[in-house]
Ligand binder design. Structure first.
Ligand code: COA
Length: 332
């Protein structure tokens, strides 16, 4: 019988120094702090200003933070999964470069892309490899340099996104802790509502696609909002129901940080009190693949061994889901 569960045993994170506040955005587009704060909950985001660095820079820093905090030997890492929607380059996976740079030279690595659900899906993948017994240390990194695909003249997107990275180490657990259940879904109904139109095989880069601004992220905010609220709440309710959990059983909700109103709607459907709903959206905005590990890292001190955590995400595609996790350690 297979008694192995996959637990998170360490986390790490990195955000760049430059702070892009709502006040600064007021000088770039027709918007204001009051509108942004009330519609999204975001006050500021971090931006990687150095044009010579890509997402891998953020990912390496987050992984190094984890390695230093957990005091692990990178040579013991079997596998590196890099969840990202903004790889350094379309081909030559960024995860491979990151793994080599952090000294994980015994690992194999690749990228995983599911927009804002990348890290959540990556948790499923990392856990499956651990539960199979095949690998002992899987490093999952969520990182995005969203500023590289944001049009800073488009007020419907530039107020939302920020840059950042977070990492989580998955290891076998023999006490039944770690990932308990997952509910993951996708639906191409979302294909046209949140996308980067050009630069792929359908519309390769051309002078025309550049001139038309089709390499930037575009969204129909209202439609995305509607689907995000419904699906994130449905997924979170579903995972509670099928595991016979009530709101009292849940210690923490770790939601994707896209919009405070989406998070509030999810928490409300779960009947969760505000104190259990973890948010740092005001500091970082939506960092896409990095939101979940940034929350895990920021609130690591709160978590106790055995705590019940529900993670939930929604992203382009559409992609969404929730994961039921039992936290596996008390922070030293
Ligand atoms: C983008 C978003 C914040 C917009 O909020 P909203 O309440 O839906 O706002 P609307 O799009 O209805 O716009 C309301 C008005 O504000 C205006 N507006 C849009 N962006 C604005 C901004 N940055 N500042 C000021 N006004 C703005 C609109 O033009 C509109 O004006 P109008 O009524 O005169 O036409 C919201 O739709 C959202 O968060 N969507 C989900 C986005 C998301 O999470 N994406 C990532 C998914 S993982």
């Amino acid at each position: 019988m297979n008694n192995i569960t996959a637990a998170i045993t360490a986390v790490g994170a990195y955000v760049p120094d430059y702070v892009l506040t709502n006040k600064i955005l007021e000088t770039l587009v027709d918007t204001n702090d009051e509108w942004i704060t009330s519609r999204t909950g975001i006050k500021e985001r971090r931006i990687l200003k150095d044009d010579t660095k890509g997402t891998s820079f953020l990912a390496i820093k987050a992984a190094q933070d984890l390695i230093a905090k957990a005091n692990i030997d990178p040579l013991e890492i079997d596998m590196v999964i890099m969840a990202t929607a903004t790889p350094d380059m379309p081909v030559a996976a960024s995860g491979v470069y990151v793994a080599t740079e952090i000294g994980a030279t015994n690992a194999f690595a690749y990228d995983l892309q599911a927009a804002c659900s990348s890290f959540l899906y990556g948790m499923s993948t990392a856990a499956a490899y651990i539960q199979s017994g095949r690998y002992k240390k899987v490093l999952l990194i969520g990182a995005d340099k969203m500023s590289s695909i944001v049009d800073y003249t488009d007020r419907t997107t530039c107020i939302i996104f920020g840059d950042g990275a977070g990492a989580a180490l998955f290891e076998p657990n023999y006490e039944g802790l770690g990932l308990q259940d997952e509910y993951l879904r996708s639906d191409a109904v979302g294909r046209d509502f949140l996308k980067i139109d050009a630069g792929g095989s359908l519309h390769p880069a051309s002078i025309q696609t550049v001139e038309e601004g089709r390499h930037n992220i575009k969204q129909d905010g209202k439609t995305v909002f509607k689907y995000a609220v419904t699906n994130m709440a449905d997924a979170s309710e579903m995972i509670l129901k099928r595991n016979n959990l009530t709101n009292a059983d849940v210690d923490w909700l770790v939601p994707h940080q896209a919009n405070k109103r989406i998070i509030d709607a999810t928490a409300s459907r779960m009947n969760l009190e505000d104190s259990k709903v973890l948010m740092n959206i005001e500091k970082y905005g939506n960092t896409t693949s990095a939101t979940l590990p940034l929350v895990l890292n920021d609130f690591e001190n709160l978590f106790k061994k055995g705590d019940t955590i529900i993670l939930a995400a929604f992203g382009g595609g559409f992609t969404w889901g929730s994961i039921y996790l039992k936290w596996a350690y008390d922070k030293k």
